[in-house]
Write a protein that binds this ligand. Structure first.
Ligand SMILES: [Zn+2]
Length: 412
């Protein structure tokens, strides 16, 4: 990992240039060497050298030549999507979602498999992961040799002195379980936690195209933030950075599922939003909707209707107020250029929350940190966790090929 105390070598600088060029090509789809130089700030000579090396290694290709403005033909560059496939697996406590991508991160096929809630032992979950991977290969009709790498997002993945571990309420995976996972997968494998995967997707496929310091906030049952500072995903000592959902919003406030009182999540996680509605209107028909997704969809519909559901609209207003206030604290610490919202609650409620949450966030942010700060619904759709972890797997394949120096914290 980069840092002031680490001496950077010429190999690291070459690696950084390569990341910048790849980022520019991946986000543009098709681009020219001149355009890459303009976007990255690299010199034209560096872009020519780096692009030449990436072409020689089959990572990017010249797709076609167009007539240049001054008469000389200009070659277009793109990611070589024929080079192989990469897989991202989003593993949660109740499901495994797998997506196979080409090397430009276009999704080709996806599969979801629910876990039986009563089968939470590691063997069953590792087998479910392996089965999804096998099905992806069969459905896409590709051999194992065309897979460049597999990324797996695991909930509660932390870094411990003895290595990595997965610690969520019903799981406690340490080296034995993770070794079993590695054997079952049988491909070069990276693992990370969902917040890091999600922000990697935003970095490569979303707002990271134009911002180098940003936060991506996930809104769902739980809430959290992936943070990028100067182009690097912030991890912290145990890979736990970004647990903003468990920062304090209200002193001695509502009980959070983590055991503490007053956490952000207890107000803007889905159970928290339902609690807000119950406080406003205990007899409201949505107060007792059991399934979280049904509750959020119905709340969004009721709050969008100009008709008369005042309690639904007020619930959304209060949620936006809580969200904007809590984001201002994140801004105070991270000072990002942009904050994006992602996750299934965002797809339903984001457009209703953003205007007033953004206003509140800017008003409450300290100094000038909020002046030109944007709050947006993320443009990365599909499954950002699967896309992001696949991108990390792709980076690892470039590290293994000797093209990049390692920025991958957790490779098995
Ligand atoms: Zn909490």
């Amino acid at each position: 990992m980069r840092g002031a105390a680490i001496r950077r070598t010429s190999r690291d600088i070459r690696s950084d240039s390569m990341v910048d060029v790849l980022h520019a090509v991946l986000s543009a789809g098709e681009t020219t060497r001149n355009e890459i130089a303009r976007k990255t700030g690299l010199s034209a000579a560096t872009v020519v050298t780096v692009a030449g090396e990436l072409i020689d290694r089959g990572i990017i290709v010249e797709t076609k030549t167009t007539a240049g403005q001054v008469g000389r033909p200009t070659a277009m560059l793109a990611i070589n999507v024929e080079r192989g496939r990469v897989v991202g697996l989003d593993v949660a406590e109740t499901y495994v979602r797998g997506v196979m991508f080409d090397t430009a991160l276009n999704p080709l096929v996806q599969i979801e498999r629910a876990h039986d809630e009563n089968l939470q032992d590691p063997d069953s979950i590792v087998e479910a992961i392996g089965a999804v991977l096998d099905d992806l290969l069969v459905q896409q009709g590709v051999g194992r040799d065309s897979v460049l790498g597999v990324g797996i997002s695991l909930p509660g993945l932390i870094q411990e002195p003895g290595g990595v571990a997965v610690v969520v309420p019903n799981w406690e995976w340490r080296s034995v379980e993770l070794e079993h996972l590695r054997e079952r997968v049988g491909f070069p494998l990276v693992i990370d936690n969902p917040l890091k995967a999600m922000v990697a997707a935003e970095l490569w496929l979303g707002r990271g195209r134009s911002a180098s310091s940003m936060a991506t906030v996930n809104l769902g049952t739980g809430v959290g933030a992936g943070i990028v500072l100067q182009g690097q995903v912030l991890r912290g000592a145990t890979n736990s950075a970004g647990e903003w959902g468990h920062s304090l919003l209200v002193l001695d406030g509502r009980l959070c599922r983590c055991g503490r009182r007053g956490c952000v999540e207890a107000y803007i996680g889905v159970p928290g939003i339902q609690e807000t509605l119950r406080e406003l209107a205990p007899d409201h028909p949505l107060a007792d909707v059991g399934r979280q997704r049904d509750f959020i969809m119905e709340l969004a519909a009721a709050a969008s209707d100009e008709g008369g559901d005042g309690a639904a609209r007020e619930t959304v207003n209060r949620t936006a107020y809580f969200l904007g206030s809590a984001l201002a604290d994140l801004v105070a610490i991270v000072n990002p250029e942009v904050i994006t919202l992602t996750g299934w609650t965002t797809w339903a409620l984001g457009d209703l929350l953003v205007p007033s949450a953004g206003r509140r966030m800017r008003e409450q942010s300290p100094g000038h940190a909020g002046t030109s700060l944007d709050l947006e619904v993320s443009a990365v759709r599909g499954n950002p966790v699967a896309s992001g972890i696949a991108m990390i797997a792709l980076e690892r394949s470039l590290v293994d090929a000797g093209l990049l120096t390692s920025r991958i914290p957790v490779a098995l």
